[in-house]
Design a protein around this ligand. Structure first.
Ligand code: SF4
Length: 219
């Protein structure tokens, strides 16, 4: 795969998605410049729609914006603030557990390596990557969710079965300066254009470069 062509496609998509709002977690990162806010909102966003995450994050951050303040809240208080995000019981407990570790082990700061972040209970590689890219502003990985995974496969850049394998393959294909923004660009693109079911190929700015691998129905 020609890297110059990949970069050109990324730039075309980047320009196109400017007409849409960014995904909520990156919006929170841009607004707060706070890795803790990115970490917590990313946890809330798992298996949850962006609109629900936005309201839940706002309500929770109105009560607490630091690990110490968060630990001062009871689990029912956190649950009430974040309801109805998916798995809100579990997420409320996880938030408390994570805040305890941040205080005890990291002086209340959010660690700055993927390896340390994934040690936190409930934090997987994708969440760790999001915190690195949009919390610490360090593009050290390509956080790969279902959108990044599906779009990369449709484009024929990778032939992979899981987001983990996709990330590994993408890190070999894509020049490092583009790692940080790729999640934001492709998630936005996947929410509005290259949607999971029946993508809008007829209106897509990269249609002529895309082999549409696995697309059975499009608009
Ligand atoms: S042409 Fe269709 S499948 Fe390919 S990136 Fe665009 S919307 Fe997605």
């Amino acid at each position: 795969m020609d890297k110059r062509k990949i970069v050109k496609i990324i730039q075309l998509v980047k320009n196109d998605v400017r007409r849409f709002k960014n995904p909520i977690v990156t919006q929170i990162g841009e607004l707060t410049k706070d890795p803790f806010a990115v970490l917590i909102s990313c946890l809330l966003s798992l298996r949850t729609k962006d609109e629900t995450t936005a309201v839940a994050s706002k309500k929770l951050f109105a009560l607490a914006t630091t690990p110490r303040q968060m630990l001062g809240l009871s689990i029912p208080q956190i649950e009430k603030a974040i309801y109805p995000v998916g798995f809100y019981h579990t997420k409320a407990r996880r938030i408390k557990e994570i805040c305890k570790v941040l205080l005890e082990k990291y002086k209340g700061k959010v660690p700055e390596t993927i390896e340390e972040l994934v040690q936190l209970k409930g934090v997987g590689r994708k969440t760790a990557g999001i915190v690195m890219c949009y919390g610490h502003n360090k593009g050290v990985s390509i956080p790969t969710d279902s959108h990044v995974h599906q779009i990369s496969n449709r484009l024929g850049w990778v032939q992979t079965k899981t987001p983990e394998k996709t990330e590994e393959a993408l890190m070999k294909l894509i020049p490092k300066p583009y790692w940080r923004d790729l999640n934001n660009i492709f998630v936005t693109f996947g929410q509005h254009v290259c949607v999971p079911v029946s993508p809008f190929c007829s209106q897509c700015v990269i249609s002529k470069y895309c082999p549409k691998v696995g697309v059975v129905r499009s608009r």
